[in-house]
Design a protein around this ligand. Structure first.
Ligand code: TYC
Length: 99
């Protein structure tokens, strides 16, 4: 059996910076603004002012970034928000997109 040590560059190539994913809120005509504010403050740690700004941006532009996370965290946020929306019978949707 032979031993071949890895060069520094070979090792460095294995250390990859994890990709980040944007969690995006989509606008709709039915979800109450207060519910969207609640979602932004409780799932995305936004201040009331930031939440208001993001919510109004989504309302007028159609979509907006609620936060940026690693894959697993972004996936969890999308799932949690979509579940709570469904439970409250609101059509609010979030999606994720690689940065
Ligand atoms: N457009 C909604 C309304 O007028 C509010 C809203 C904002 C809904 C942001 C979804 O992601 C959203 N009640």
């Amino acid at each position: 059996m032979s031993y071949s040590p890895q060069s520094d560059t070979e090792i460095l190539h294995k250390v990859e910076v994890p990709k980040k994913y944007k969690v995006i809120l989509l606008n709709d005509d039915f979800t109450p603004m207060d519910f969207v504010l609640f979602v932004l403050e409780s799932f995305f740690q936004k201040s009331p002012e930031e939440a208001q700004h993001i919510m109004m941006n989504v309302h007028t532009q159609g979509s907006g970034v609620a936060g940026v996370y690693t894959f697993e965290i972004a996936e969890m946020k999308v799932h949690q928000v979509n579940q709570l929306s469904q439970k409250n019978q609101y059509p609010l949707k979030t999606i994720m997109e690689a940065e």
